[in-house]
Design a protein around this ligand. Structure first.
Ligand code: ADP
Ligand code: MG
Length: 593
């Protein structure tokens, strides 16, 4: 092809790709414009995950009628005029790209009335081209409606996730802005239903309750700004809320950071938060945090990335330490924060366990349950509620044995089963083993399309936090396919009529919270189906935990079943179920060879 200049339309669509990746990016730009216009109320209406239509209305300053056509042109902005202005940006927008980009990939109608004008104006665009302009009566403020997003860039549509996923992104985004702007009233309507609302009374705590739920908020402590370390350093204020060490998550996705009212993604600062919990929570567990950072605008470069999700700090180390110190201080101001220093490697079984436990292996079967310093088993409060009895003498499934017959010797630390077989000694992680057994049983039933064994509840209504509720909506079909019977029951509430049989003894609300939160992490290896992922979570939840004393019969039952698993050597998440030491290994260790 000869070299040609791209047509304006194609160039605009390419550029739009940078800013407008998905419906949530449109919502983001529209909210930012409303906030920049000084809105105190922002109302969003989304239908079809924002692809059919999406509207953002505000009571901000409005756009002067004479400027409206300019507003939808590329590089048209009222927010900066010189390059220098970039150094101290006080607004969320400044690139003058958003409206033009969104308009080029949709059909847009913009109604606005400037505060100083008597009538408003309405323009309509199709693929970026102006098709209509009319004066119109309207209240002061602006309303932007975007229809048929990406209708003229089908390739972009193909890359979108399911509607439920796109919807959830929008929800999360609105929640984040609501947190950063607690003084602004937000309302979100999804397919005609109100899914989120804040009061705009200005208290961050209120918005956290509205977004993450009261239960979680009760488990948070307030983070208050500390004095500056040295007067010559730029002032960096950090405040917000962070979860108590007893309340943790399997992933970092709920460490939410904001810089000067902008929600940002910053792995280093996320790490600073995690660092603040060092020795307070186990490794691989993460807090929930909502942290606002305020620093002089010239200390932050927000012009790093078109969507401005990443920022650059002039003194990154100072910011890191401010976050870490402030959060740590908030935690240590709390009474009863027990440090976990004695036994940090507990979730990484190794051949040196008996040594770590300070015991002789011949004591294994008689070892008492826990010494006080090992109370770390109970760090995750909700684990306690999930302890489950293994039915004594469970029927061994009619499958060939994959492991040699093992004889139970005893249990160590209420966590590992010591067994002996023809090939030597085995240390079995009871939780991992039980998970494996349940997982294979479950998947076998599921794949055989057998009727899954369910436990029917006297229909229970559970109330979930908005975020978890959206996740459940997203996965409702799969959940129901694997043995749950759940249906929506009003805003963020669901009626649970049945659960998979292994979960019979669990509180359905805890179960749902746990499964969905864990699912969010999405860091599971392998390209397996969402069903498998959820089933793994169910098994993890229902299986016997570390720290649970097992009777001899229970241990035998567990091993008999494990021996007949398809893949007995790893748990469904890929961790080993057992450590084997052959007779030769033992002989070598004791210097007998
Ligand atoms: P930017 O926000 O980077 O300036 P946009 O393309 O998002 O660029 O918006 C272009 C201009 O349109 C803004 O600078 C502002 O003057 C005006 N504008 C957009 N949305 C609104 C709104 N909701 N209220 C008032 N003015 C708006
Ligand atoms: Mg903008």
């Amino acid at each position: 092809m000869p070299i040609r200049l791209l047509s304006e339309t194609v160039a605009a669509q390419i550029a739009a790709g940078e800013v407008v990746e998905r419906p949530a990016s449109v919502v983001k730009e529209l909210i930012e414009n409303s906030l920049d216009a000084g809105a105190t109320r922002i109302e969003l209406e989304i239908s079809g995950a924002g692809l059919s239509s999406l509207r953002c209305a505000d009571d901000g300053s409005g756009i002067p009628a004479a400027e409206i056509e300019l507003a939808v042109q590329r590089h048209a902005t009222s927010k900066i005029s010189t390059f220098d202005d970039l150094m101290h940006i006080q607004t969320l927008g400044f690139r003058g790209e958003a409206l033009a980009s969104i308009a080029s990939v949709s059909q847009m109608t913009l109604i606005t009335r400037h505060v100083d004008e008597k009538v408003g104006v309405r323009i309509s665009l199709d693929g970026g081209k102006l098709v209509d302009k009319q004066p119109i009566g309207a209240p002061p403020g602006t309303s932007v409606e975007v229809q048929n997003l990406f209708y003229n860039v089908p390739a972009r549509r193909k890359f979108l996730k399911s509607e439920a996923t796109e919807s959830r992104h929008i929800n999360e985004l609105v929640m984040r802005y609501a947190m950063a702007y607690a003084g602004v009233r937000f309302a979100l309507f999804t397919d005609g239903r109100e899914t989120f609302r804040t009061t705009g009374r200005g208290a961050l705590g209120d918005v956290i309750v509205d977004s993450l739920g009261l239960e979680l908020f009760r488990n948070m402590v307030e983070v208050v700004p500390l004095e500056r370390l040295r007067p010559d350093l730029a002032p960096i204020r950090v405040f917000g809320y962070t979860s108590r060490p007893s309340f943790t998550r399997a992933n970092r996705s709920q460490i939410m950071l904001f810089v000067n009212g902008r929600s940002i993604v910053d792995t280093r600062l996320t790490y600073a938060v995690v660092q603040a919990y060092h020795t307070l929570i186990p490794q691989q567990r993460y807090p929930v945090s909502v942290l606002m950072l305020e620093l002089p605008p010239e200390e932050v470069d927000v012009n790093v990335h078109p969507t401005k999700a990443e920022v650059r700090f002039r003194t990154p180390d100072a910011v890191f330490s401010a976050v870490q110190r402030t959060v740590r201080q908030a935690l240590s101001d709390q009474p009863n924060v027990a440090e976990v220093t004695t036994f940090s490697g507990w979730n990484a079984p190794s051949a040196t366990i008996p040594e770590q436990m300070g015991m002789n292996i011949s004591d294994a079967g008689r070892y008492p349950r826990q010494t006080p310093s090992q109370q770390v088993w109970t760090w995750d409060e909700d684990d306690e509620a999930f302890v489950r009895e293994i039915p004594v003498g469970m029927e061994a499934p009619a499958r060939p044995r994959k492991l040699p017959l093992m004889r139970v010797v005893g249990q160590i630390a209420a966590t590992y089963i010591v067994a002996e077989g023809p090939a030597g000694m085995y240390l079995v992680d009871q939780h991992a083993a039980h998970e494996r057994i349940m997982y294979e049983e479950f998947m076998a039933q599921f794949n055989a399309k057998d009727k899954l064994i369910q436990h029917t509840l006297a229909a229970t209504v559970v109330h979930l936090s908005p975020m978890i509720a959206r996740l459940l909506e997203e996965h409702l079909k799969v959940m129901n396919a694997i043995g749950f019977v759940i249906e929506p029951f009003g805003k963020d509430a669901f009626r649970v009529e049945a659960v998979p049989a292994p979960l019979a003894d669990h509180n359905p609300e805890d179960v749902l919270n746990r499964i969905l939160q864990d699912l969010e992490s999405g860091k599971e290896p392998g390209a397996d189906t969402i069903e498998e992922k959820i089933v793994r979570r169910v098994c993890k939840t229902a299986s016997v935990k570390a720290g649970q004393v097992l009777s001899y019969d229970e241990m035998v039952g567990l091993l008999r079943q494990l021996e007949r698993c398809e893949n007995p050597l790893t748990c469904p998440h890929g961790r080993p179920t057992m450590i084997h030491m052959s007779a030769a290994d033992l002989a070598r260790e004791f210097g007998r060879t």
